[in-house]
Design a protein around this ligand. Sequence first.
Ligand code: IPE
Ligand code: IPE
Ligand code: MG
Length: 255
Amino acid sequence: MDPQLARSLRIDPARIPEHVAMVMDGNGRWATQRGLKRTDGHAAGEEALFDAVEGALDLGLGWLTVYAFSTENWRRPADEVRFLMQFNESILVRRRDELHERGVRMRFIGRRDWRVPRRLLRRMDESIELTRHNKGMTFTIAFNYGGRAEIVDAIQRIINDRVPADKVNEKLIRKYLYDPEMPDPELMVRTSGEYRISNYLLWELAYAELVFTETLWPDFRREHLFDAVREFQSRTRRFGGLSDAAPPEATSRRR
Ligand code: IPE
Ligand code: IPE
Ligand code: MG
């Protein structure tokens, strides 16, 4: 991170979280408050997302992960779901080149099941391929993602691979998650004044610092991300130990 920018933001460049996860919530309420359709709120969320991405690049984050569609969001009215599928596809088509130019590496986590339109899956694959060799920030979109589904999928693959029970440990489970390379987020930010996880990154968030803001997602800007990082830097992380202990290694536990 640029030292001058860090100073002006009162952010300690030596303690920037490596991975920030965000729950982009409140689009529907933002729209309703303005007498608009819920889907207009999703559309307005695009500007928020790309401003937050710029902020993440300013901070020099290694990883940024956003929750775009949960395994529970299929419960919404069919036309909202259809909008979200088309909207996410169009975002990828319209924005991937600029992300690529900024050196961002794109990834996706979630279930690639029959409900996700093939065209969207194709755009995801194209975006991954396009940005595969980029060395900048990894930007992961959690789409048709559920933390429980991720753990179920991991267990199924562990069993399919005939891994003996005594070889199953935290390190092994991590290898079977959707993106084995993804480090655990140190900071999770959720907008819209909802104080819950909603099935996001259940395994990965074990020791994350949680920051909640009342701001509705379409009003979110990079300054809110900076606020969250300042809040993060004011916390004492203990990981079960005393004072600023190091995070525990995901090591095997002998019986
Ligand atoms: C978050 O905004 C976007 C998605 C879940 C896709 P919401 O659509 O949940 O907005 P609220 O929470 O109803 O206001
Ligand atoms: C979480 O928000 C999922 C996404 C932001 C994609 P929701 O709006 O779906 O969560 P709940 O229903 O308030 O728990
Ligand atoms: Mg919501």
